[in-house]
Write a protein that binds this ligand. Structure first.
Ligand code: SF4
Length: 292
């Protein structure tokens, strides 16, 4: 089948060759384990049941998970993935968290239907870069409970420079609208764990404060408190010769300015990060293929 699952529309046969996302047709994952570093309403005390999919359709130049974005992992069957969901549930996961799933979306729809038929009753989290086709999102109706989606760029030029995706802002806006339409306002269990809703993550990049402010303006004017905004300061520089402007962390002062701005425009429904979160220890090791 010729692949046009995501906005890249590579039109390649993924049985024969890989498109931009770097992986073939078969499901491929690099880790399935409890994860404790998502937002508190996702991880809680017992952890989020994360499944990291190999490959990525965005491939940002500053990616912290390059190993898996480039396709590292193991191919698994649909039945094995269903089994993995139940293993994560058995370990106490608060939810099943599908990390970078977009390039496998049609297969994931099938897996989720199968898992639900077998009695899986945990909230399903779709954890995406935001570069996804709004029509694919609509197909997830009734299968996904929580969207944990990035909103990375407001300017097309920035999106092109760092992710080769000039259309990212338009695509992410449409996808977000579909997500909010499907799952509505955030709701929570009594213990504070999220049951349903949308969290929009924005990672502050060095020298992009105006872009961040434009994104916060847009998100708040469009959605007010119908979404939760997660403003992240954990950008970790990796030595990038072609992008010298990215070779540093966000300073405390820069981050505080952004947080003050969010307060100023009226954003209440938000997560902010405290202390030095830009550490590699938050990035799990994928080489062991844990839980796969
Ligand atoms: S899912 Fe992969 S192959 Fe398909 S259109 Fe997107 S990047 Fe290209």
């Amino acid at each position: 089948m010729i692949c046009s699952i995501c906005p890249r529309k590579c039109n390649v046969d993924r049985q024969e060759s890989n498109g931009f996302c770097g992986v073939g047709n078969n499901l491929k994952i690099s880790r399935a384990a409890l994860h404790f570093y998502e937002e508190p309403c996702i991880s809680g005390k017992s952890g989020s049941g994360t499944v990291f999919f190999s490959g990525c359709n965005l491939r940002c130049v500053y990616c912290q998970n390059k190993t898996i974005a480039e396709g590292y992992g193991k191919e698994i069957t649909i039945d094995r993935l269903v089994e993995i969901f139940f293993e994560l549930k058995e370990k106490g996961a608060n939810n099943i968290n599908l990390v970078t799933p977009d390039h496998f979306a049609p297969k994931i729809i099938y897996v989720l239907k199968k898992a639900k038929e077998k009695g899986l009753n945990l909230p399903i989290v779709y954890n995406t870069s935001g570069y996804c086709d709004e029509n694919i999102i609509k197909l997830l109706d009734g299968l996904v409970d929580i969207y944990l989606t990035d909103f990375k760029y407001f300017n097309c030029e920035t999106a092109e420079r760092y992710s080769s995706a000039y259309d990212y802002p338009q695509v992410a806006k449409k996808a977000l609208k579909s997500m909010v339409n499907l799952v509505g306002k955030p709701t929570f269990l009594k213990n504070g764990i999220m049951k349903r809703g949308v969290i929009v993550r924005h990672l502050c990049l060095p020298n992009c404060a105006n872009e961040t402010k434009n994104i916060l303006d847009y998100l708040y004017s469009e959605y007010k408190d119908d979404i939760i905004i997660s403003i992240m300061n954990q950008f970790t520089p990796i030595s990038l010769e072609k992008y010298p402007e990215l070779n540093r962390k966000i300073t405390e002062e820069e981050y505080q300015n952004i947080v003050d701005y969010a307060n100023l425009i009226g954003i209440n429904n938000a997560y902010i990060q405290e202390g030095d979160t830009a550490k590699e220890s938050f990035i799990p090791s994928f080489f062991e293929l844990e839980g796969v």
